[in-house]
Ligand binder design. Structure first.
Ligand code: FMN
Length: 210
């Protein structure tokens, strides 16, 4: 059950550097992000899977020196489009037409509406919209990692401009949004592992409108 897995997972503070997550698990964790719903289905983000030790060490330096980055076996970097361009929008709409093998007037009108709206907006507004979509994929990967019994640490504690530079993301029209180190917990050395998971009570979280 998903809720059991979500209770099992926690933002791992200490990963065991001797353990490696298998490639099939990593693939499924990334696949969950690819399958995430996104606004208009544009999927305006990518996932970069980093295993190179030197690159991981460089990223750790600009990420508050968080050890999970180098102790984990894989680092997922969620990177959003820096802007919505006509080309990016058209590529996605064309792919849908090609994969489904038909065109539809309503769909084409919707494409035009996006083309008339998104590219004219400020790039920062568009990036922020894209980043929100990246967070949906990020959440899916966090849940899938829990499903796989893989530990993960969701991270915003890093300098995105520096990570962009290390990975050459800006040249590719991408900006880093979040990090997700993957690995296996090392309970001795992890101050959080045995602490109770704390969430606001449901009654403070949910309002029912009947
Ligand atoms: C977007 C986001 C950014 C986070 N950034 C960090 C981080 O940089 N370092 C870290 O150790 N934990 C980070 N966390 C973990 C949260 O502190 C943690 O998820 C929260 O306290 C709830 O605890 P739990 O995940 O263990 O249930 C982040 C979580 C999210 C969702």
């Amino acid at each position: 059950m998903l809720l059991e897995k979500l209770n099992w997972r926690y933002a791992t503070k200490k990963m065991d550097p001797s353990k490696t997550v298998s490639e099939d698990k990593v693939e499924r964790i990334v696949e969950a992000a690819r399958l995430a719903p996104t606004s208009s289905g544009l999927q305006p983000f990518e996932v970069i899977v980093v295993t190179n030790k030197d690159v991981l060490a460089k990223i750790r330096e600009v990420a508050w020196n968080q050890a999970q980055i180098t102790d984990g076996s894989h680092l997922l970097v969620f990177a959003a489009w820096d802007n919505y361009t006509a080309e990016r929008i058209n590529t996605m709409f064309d792919l849908v037409n090609q994969e489904r093998n038909f065109t539809n007037e309503g769909w084409e009108n919707y494409r035009q509406m996006l083309l008339n709206t998104y590219p004219a907006r400020d790039a920062q507004v568009n990036y922020e919209h894209a980043a929100r979509q990246a967070y949906i994929g990020f959440g899916m990967s966090i849940a899938q990692a829990a499903f796989e019994g893989v530990d993960a640490t969701p991270m915003e504690g890093f300098d995105p401009a520096k990570v962009d530079e290390i990975l050459g993301l800006r040249e590719r029209g991408l900006r880093s949004v979040t990090l997700l180190p993957l690995g296996y917990r090392q309970p001795d050395g992890d101050w959080l592992v045995n602490l109770k998971k704390v969430r606001r009570p449901t009654e403070d979280f949910v309002t029912t409108v009947k």
